[in-house]
Write a protein that binds this ligand. Sequence first.
Ligand code: ADP
Ligand code: MG
Length: 231
Amino acid sequence: RERAREILESAARRDTNRLGVEAMELLDAYGIPTPAGGVVSSPTEAEELAEDIGDDVVMKIVSPDILHKSDIGGVEVGVPPEEVRDTYEDLVVRARNYQRDAAILGVQVQEMVDLDSGTETILGMNRDPQFGPLLLFGLGGIFVEVLEDNTVRVAPVSESDARGMLDDIESAPLLRGARGRDPVDEDALVEAVQRLSQLVTDFPAIVELDINPLVATPDGVQAVDLRLTID
Ligand code: ADP
Ligand code: MG
């Protein structure tokens, strides 16, 4: 909680109200798992971090001017060690092509999560002036806009509220092992919902937050992408 406060205060000092990967630590501080990784600012640093991670990695452009990274080719999944350098340069070039004066803070190098055994969900919050913090849970990734399969509760939520959110969505069978897939770790999902509920209850300054995707696998959950707005 102290750590979370520090992160939000330092963001306020930097005079930005939109945060992305810089705020991943908020999730860590509240016990919502995130993949290993970090933000680097040179191809050499990227190579070193990828080496620490010790496997193929995901690389993403980090820029306050680019909200939907994959739309501009700003996300490369499954990058092998020998391609990390070139990929760093590629991502920066693509960002510049998209917007010549885009502020580029660096490149995020992230551990891969297993999407084959996982389901991309979305877990978010929107602060409503009348009702307070509204938690949203649903099917995530590229399906968000297409299927709009989600459900909303006012935070703070109890464990049974959180569990009810899972039951509510039409894709629930997908999480529970449709088509011979292993069911995802439902308890981990429920816990993530409750922990986010706690985070947004503790910090009214967070007006909007989206974890998309929150990847749910049989072994737990991983928050892969985060975006939030503070006032
Ligand atoms: P954005 O939403 O800005 O385009 P994301 O970080 O959500 O960027 O990445 C886009 C997509 O790339 C995700 O929905 C997911 O399918 C894939 N992806 C991102 N990070 C990882 C990761 N660490 N492991 C596996 N797939 C990933
Ligand atoms: Mg995303």
